[in-house]
Design a protein around this ligand. Sequence first.
Ligand SMILES: [Ca+2]
Ligand SMILES: [Ca+2]
Length: 122
Amino acid sequence: MASPLQDAISTIVAVFNSYSAREGDKYKLNKAELATLFREQLPEYMEKSECSKTVEQIMNDLDLDKDGEVDFKEFMNLTATLTCFCNEFFVDFMKYLECEGECEGGDGEGEGKGQEQKKCPI
Ligand SMILES: [Ca+2]
Ligand SMILES: [Ca+2]
């Protein structure tokens, strides 16, 4: 039986290849495949105002070797970045919960800080 981390790694590989195999090179995402992947797999990421880049801009950022497509290693840069954002969100949230228990009885200033916490991009 696979562990949760092994499952997560397998899922990333399977999701990437299920989109990359749709057109042209089976092992790379062209712009249309990347757009579909974002729309279906990361809809909240695309809706965030701070993530308002177009698919073309994201493609340019990810396409490090400038071959016009996104291979798995290039895709992993995005996946790693999003995973780090999620971890930051998790750590900030855990710190907020720890502080909430210790900071009770204040004049309400702590509530405002809680509202400023980062939002998970996915
Ligand atoms: Ca392809
Ligand atoms: Ca590329």
